[in-house]
Write a protein of this length. Structure first.
Length: 210
């Protein structure tokens, strides 16, 4: 997932490493989203975690809840951290857009804040692909920063990035157009634990493949 300003997403998250977890893992809304997701899952469900980062909180929470997790991330540093921190899950270094995935092979997919360095077209294409890898009725837990921005250069925790996103209603429409029905929607403000952090809007959706 390359940042089109020239710095690959892998480079950004290799640099951040565990600092990213310290900044974001305490989000109450993220954990509430995971609790809501697991409340709908049968025991031993198979879950794909897109942009799995350090493995915490998402993969760790899911494993502790009794589910089978495959985490995918472009950052080798993040994959190494996740493998060490959540040994009960499996992690691969790969670009989920091109990683071979069998259709209808997962019960749920998590995509927490891992779309923001993709173009709008790439975000739409990936969500449609993820609908296909879900079994009928499978669940999508997705979160983003709901801002109407496209190709905006920014500094994220000291790292230059180029960000693309959608305003909340447009993002919700993007998800439904990809083949999902929205079960719940929650908007919150969260300030990461980082010296340069400011409050940012977060949008969490729980959806079902239709």
């Amino acid at each position: 997932m390359d940042d089109v300003s020239g710095a690959p997403a892998a480079t950004v998250f290799d640099t951040l490493g565990a600092e990213y977890e310290r900044a974001f893992a305490a989000s109450p809304a993220h954990r509430d989203s995971l609790r809501e997701l697991t409340g709908h899952l049968a025991p031993r469900s198979r879950v794909l975690d897109v942009g799995s980062g350090t493995g915490r909180p998402t993969a760790g929470f899911l494993v502790e809840s009794g589910h089978e997790v495959l985490g995918v991330d472009v950052s080798p540093v993040m994959v190494e951290l996740a493998t060490r921190q959540v040994p009960g899950a499996s992690f691969v270094r790969a670009d989920v857009r091109t990683l071979p995935l069998e259709e209808e092979s997962f019960d749920a997919v998590c995509v927490y804040f891992s779309l923001l360095q993709m173009t709008r077209g790439e975000q739409a294409a990936l969500l449609a692909r993820l609908a296909r890898v879900l079994r009928p009725g499978g669940l999508l837990a997705v979160a983003t920063v709901p801002l109407d921005v496209e190709g905006v250069d920014a500094v994220f925790m000291g790292c230059p990035v180029r960000v693309t996103s959608f305003a909340g209603p447009a993002f919700t429409a993007l998800v439904t157009d990809a083949g999902f029905a929205v079960l719940s929607r929650r908007s919150v403000s969260f300030t990461p634990e980082h010296p340069e952090a400011t409050p940012e809007p977060h949008l969490f959706l729980l959806c079902r493949r239709v």
